[in-house]
Design a protein around this ligand. Structure first.
Ligand SMILES: [Cu+2]
Length: 242
């Protein structure tokens, strides 16, 4: 369907849903075009043939209209609604156990992604936290739980390769989760027009092994140290809204 490579556990569900919507509506479109074409030929002007007029209010016309509406509703709408429900449940409805997931906090602002890791104690807001800019490192094969909170306007955390898109709002914590199945470097984009330099909100998600991620976090913390200013901003926003 022309999507970027799927590097997540649940992405294929969304791709399949999109595929179903595409093929079902394509079939309906082709059926309508075929009927129109048939009518053009069947009722074309011929010498000696007079036009007939109808209000379309007869029993046959009524049954045909209701039958078509029912066929479209059951064949397309109901079908997609049921599958959509299953996909929504897998992608959004059943978050992983926070105790087992890899947790990060993403705090976008005009026009960067601030990313916070809890450190070895697994708690945010402690001395061993690490905050980085535009670089997200997560392990493969384990659910990643992302807590989102904007530091200014509405942004949207978009991971095209993981089929994840979640708004980040000021004053409210939203969550997103995914599980990476392939290692590599992927793009993070902002999917909400958030200002003049919205296009600059480009980050990178690096998927590696558990050891690689732990090593990167330890090394980066040593190099840059924890950014306490961001931590204070996060807790201040939390206090204002809770
Ligand atoms: Cu943005």
């Amino acid at each position: 369907m022309g999507f970027p490579e799927d590097a997540s556990l649940h992405g294929h569900l969304l791709d399949r849903l999109y595929g179903h919507a595409f093929w079902l509506t394509l079939a309906a479109f082709l059926a309508v075009v075929a009927i129109l074409g048939w009518c053009l030929v069947r009722y074309r002007a011929r010498p000696g043939r007079l036009p007939t007029y109808t209000h379309g209010s007869g029993r046959g016309a009524l049954l045909l209209s209701l039958g078509l509406a029912f066929a479209v509703f059951v064949g397309i709408d109901l079908n997609l609604a049921l599958e959509d429900h299953r996909v929504f449940d897998a992608l959004v409805g059943t978050p992983p156990d926070p105790a087992k997931a890899f947790r990060i906090q993403v705090m976008p602002q005009q026009f960067v992604w601030n990313v916070r890791y809890p450190g070895e104690d697994g708690e945010f807001g402690t001395d061993d936290d690490l905050t980085t800019l535009n670089q997200i490192h997560v392990p493969a094969g384990r659910p990643v739980l992302v807590e989102l909170r904007s530091m200014d306007v509405v942004h949207s955390f978009f991971l095209p390769h993981f089929r994840i898109k979640q708004d980040a709002l000021p004053g409210l914590t939203t969550r997103a989760y995914f599980q990476a199945t392939k290692t590599g470097t992927y793009e993070v984009a902002c999917a909400e027009l958030c200002g003049l330099e919205h296009y600059r909100m480009r980050g990178f998600l690096h998927v590696g092994s558990e050891e690689e991620v732990a090593e990167w976090i330890a090394r980066t913390r040593e190099e840059y140290g924890a950014d306490q200013e961001l931590w204070r901003a996060w807790t201040r926003m939390k206090r204002e809204s809770d």
